[in-house]
Write a protein that binds this ligand. Structure first.
Ligand code: BTN
Length: 329
């Protein structure tokens, strides 16, 4: 750890409380000048660090800069050493993570960015990723799974995000199969899972789970075409400034569920959070929306539907909608 990240760690765990420069210098066995320089540099990076004479430095509650040190502070002890890289701007954290996994990045590696200039969604769509208001993160997983069960990672990630949000808010997010997360009728999070296959063996080598979360994006910030459908977890008057802590909680949850993925216990939570089971929904097939009844998911995360002709079918992938349903249903 650098002096700067150690100071950040101390300030982060004491957020709002002042710690004297002398105390920090003694704890880290460095000079007070070194502390002063590091604080100056942190401020230049955007951290709001208050300094009061005779009291010392404190990280303001208004400070909300994503950083590896800030995230690491809140990771469970068993994940404290995972590689985390935070970028100011990237085209897409998933693209970067796929590159990293081809260069043998280890299980649990996290790539995160303040903004994405070409954030990618499912079905080739763009994912709106403005700076300072969201969490755009990809986690590289190398689970010991066969390919059938690796599909479960997508559902596990949705559960991990919902449980993380629960820790900071009582909004009770819901999941739209497969892995869109909604608060009310607004989508606040999308998940794009991509497999990286070994060129020689053709086997899945790692799985990149990309999570895009609108944490506090203002309503009028969304482009027109998203205004009606996208929302944020927090509103401006919630004054939420804990994106590092929220990111860490998502990572903790994903890595923990991934460790016991095959016991499939998280599927129970997934079902409780589902916003489509027991409802008529629309399913996109060959570019056409077809009305079906959403019954359940199976043990592999596939959607069980009842078609209009009464026949049951299992959908392994695809897109469903709860919006375009006719009003008399
Ligand atoms: C969707 O809603 O269709 C999925 C959106 C996934 C967006 C995330 S943001 C982090 C990661 N990087 C990307 O380019 N996409 C995913």
């Amino acid at each position: 750890m650098t002096v700067k990240s150690e100071i950040l760690h101390i300030l982060e765990i004491n957020r709002g409380n002042s710690i004297s420069g002398q105390d920090i210098a003694e704890t880290l066995s460095v000079s007070r000048t070194a502390i002063w320089k590091a604080v100056k540099s942190l401020r230049e990076e955007g951290y709001v660090i208050d300094a009061a004479s005779n009291k010392g430095y404190s990280l303001s509650f208004t400070s909300d800069v994503l950083s590896a040190g800030g995230i690491r502070t809140f990771l469970n002890s068993e994940y404290k050493d995972i590689p985390i890289t935070v970028y100011k701007s990237l085209t897409s954290t998933n693209t970067e993570a796929k590159k990293a996994s081809m260069e043998n990045a280890e299980h649990g590696t996290v790539i995160i960015s303040e903004e994405q200039t070409k954030g990618r969604g499912r079905f080739g769509r763009d994912f709106f990723s403005p700076p300072q208001s969201g969490i755009y993160m990809s986690i590289i997983l190398k689970p010991n799974l066969n390919i059938t069960n690796s599909v479960l990672i997508t559902t596990a990630a949705a559960v991990a995000v919902c449980l993380a949000i629960d820790k900071f808010s009582d909004v009770k997010p819901k999941i739209k199969w497969v892995n869109d997360i909604y608060i009310g009728n607004k989508k606040v999070c999308g998940i794009l899972t991509e497999a990286v296959t070994d060129f020689e063996s053709g086997m899945v080598d790692s799985i990149v789970v990309g999570i895009g979360l609108n944490v506090k994006t203002k309503e009028d910030e969304f482009p027109n075409e998203l205004c009606e459908i996208a929302g944020s977890i927090f509103q401006p008057n919630d004054d939420f400034n804990m994106r590092n802590e929220l990111s860490a909680e998502i990572i903790n949850n994903i890595l923990s569920i991934c460790n016991v993925l095959e016991d499939k216990k998280f599927l129970k939570i997934y079902k409780e959070r589902s916003m489509i089971f027991g409802k008529n929904i629309l399913y996109k097939e060959n570019n056409e929306w077809i009305e079906v009844y959403a019954k359940d998911i199976d043990e592999y995360g596939a959607l069980i539907i009842i078609q209009k002709n009464g026949q049951q079918a299992v959908l392994k992938s695809g897109e469903v909608s709860i919006r375009k349903i006719s009003p008399n249903n």
